[in-house]
Design a protein around this ligand. Structure first.
Ligand code: ATP
Ligand code: MG
Length: 460
């Protein structure tokens, strides 16, 4: 009785409304299929438990297991400290300065093992908007649960006993297909505004409803995202775009008012009527690749999302008298510059994007040696896939894409025949419009010297 009373008082004090004692579900109640588990993850929990530590599969993996999906990766939470974890595994690496986690490598698989975190939100160091900057103390399991974002992400699964520990009614929310923030949503968004993007991603990916109390503050609090370091926003955007439900994610972002004025990339993508078909196709394409387990290149993805902005500027530079090729480079510079600081596009991604864009006019040249040279380009495949997207969206004649498909597949004589098929100088596709605007475009000077720039008027 007294114990229960004390627990109630303690429970009431817990700001996240979390329980100190979890609900425990057995196999019959949760129905997790052990075949969906990674044997490596189970080895990690077993090893830790044999040493007397607590160890559970946690977070998104438990959520996915409960939904009957195979998790894409496994996170493990334990009361062992990073040093204690590291000692138990042959290939284990302590990562991070702020809050150390351990990467345990098992063959090709990387298992992330984290020590339970404490509930230090009050004492944590914050910026002037309330965003938590440092927060790195270890804690009890119930504190660890309360620090997680959504109820469905805060469950612990013990493979040995096949039980699920549920501190925040996550199982009930899984059944209701509801995303519900643990604690007071406004406070949790303030601590970490990225959670607003996470709600959107999970709602779209899992096809869940967002609980009204979790949903409503987003519209008002959205500007706090501006305050988050660009690299974190970029990581989250990439997760969103490679979730396998990118289109649904972008629709959700719009619905929650998270698109306007926050992320320049989204402004461009969601508010340009012109490129909508192209972007839709690119994202459908990406979603399909992800669902088929194929890799997706961030460079290709962002090159697609920003292509119509590049096109617009490319046309503007040419209208102002610039040669086509330098005009394209100037347009690419403008678009990349605008995105670089805000989105923290890594240099490698930016250079992939530039390569893909810069290859596009070269597909117009289907005579002489240049098609052979293009085939040898390091990023030929990405450039060609990009061309096919442009064809599918109606921007370029389908015939151009078909010609290149045939050319790439043909043998020597076949290629010569294809080259002979087109009279020199006649090209399909996007050049037509530009040639009309600028007589000099006819020259199709792929290697037009940069000094040409000086003779041209400045664009607006
Ligand atoms: P995914 O399937 O996309 O990997 P996930 O739920 O595993 O989804 P992760 O980003 O891998 O997401 O994070 C693992 C777990 O860590 C989450 O399930 C959640 O419990 C916790 N978590 C991650 N990010 C946050 C955050 N910003 N705030 C609170 N908890 C978080
Ligand atoms: Mg995960």
């Amino acid at each position: 009785m007294i114990k229960k009373f004390i627990r109630r008082i303690l429970g009431a004090k817990d700001k996240s409304n979390g329980r100190v004692e979890p609900k425990i579900y057995g196999l019959k109640e949760h129905g997790i299929d052990p075949r969906l588990l990674s044997s490596n993850a189970v080895r990690v929990t077993d090893t830790l438990q044999q040493e007397g530590f607590k160890a559970f599969i946690v977070g998104g993996a438990v959520r996915d297991l409960l939904l009957g999906h195979k998790p894409k990766d496994f996170d493990i939470a334990t009361n062992a400290t990073p040093d204690q974890i590291k000692r138990l595994f042959r290939r284990a690496f302590i990562i991070g300065r702020r809050f150390q986690i351990v990467h345990v490598m098992m063959g090709q698989e990387q298992i992330e093992v984290t020590t339970f975190r404490g509930s230090s939100a009050d004492s944590a160091q914050k910026d002037e908007h309330g965003r938590v900057l440092r927060d790195n103390i270890f804690g009890e399991q119930h504190e660890d649960a309360a620090r997680r974002d959504f109820t469905v992400n805060a469950m612990y699964y013990d493979p040995a006993s096949q039980t699920v520990l549920d501190y925040h009614n996550g199982i009930a929310d899984i059944r209701k297909k509801t995303l519900r923030m643990i604690g007071i949503p406004e406070a949790r968004y303030r601590e970490d505004p990225i959670r607003m993007l996470r709600v959107v991603r999970f709602a779209a990916k899992l096809n869940f409803e967002i609980d009204p109390a979790t949903r409503e503050p987003i519209r008002v609090m959205a500007p706090l995202i501006n305050n988050v370091p660009a690299a974190r926003v970029f990581d989250e955007m990439l997760k969103l775009l490679t979730s396998g439900r990118a289109l649904a994610c972008l629709q959700q972002l719009r619905k929650q008012g998270l698109h306007h004025g926050l992320l320049p990339l989204l402004d461009v993508v969601l508010e340009q009527p012109l490129g909508e078909r192209f972007v839709t196709l690119a994202l459908e394409n990406t979603d399909q690749r992800i669902l088929q387990g194929k890799p997706v290149s961030a460079g290709f993805l962002f090159a697609s999302l920003l292509w119509h902005q590049v096109l617009e500027k490319w046309n503007a530079y040419q209208a102002a008298g610039e040669y086509p090729i330098p005009a394209l480079h100037l347009a690419a510079d403008d678009v990349l510059d605008a995105q670089l600081d805000k989105l923290a596009l890594q240099r490698k991604i930016a250079s992939d994007m530039r390569d893909i864009w810069a290859m596009q006019p070269r597909f117009e040249r289907r005579t002489g040696k240049s098609p052979y040279k293009l085939l040898e380009h390091l990023r030929w495949r990405a450039g060609y896939d990009f061309l096919l997207l442009r064809c599918a969206s109606g921007e370029v004649d389908a015939e151009v894409g078909e010609w290149w498909t045939e050319f790439a597949a043909a043998d020597g004589p076949g290629r010569e025949a294809l080259l002979a098929r087109k009279p020199a100088g006649e090209t399909g596709g996007p050049a037509k419009k530009r040639r009309r605007r600028s007589g000099r475009g006819k020259k199709k000077t792929d290697g037009a010297p940069a000094s040409d720039n000086s003779s041209n008027t400045e664009p607006e």
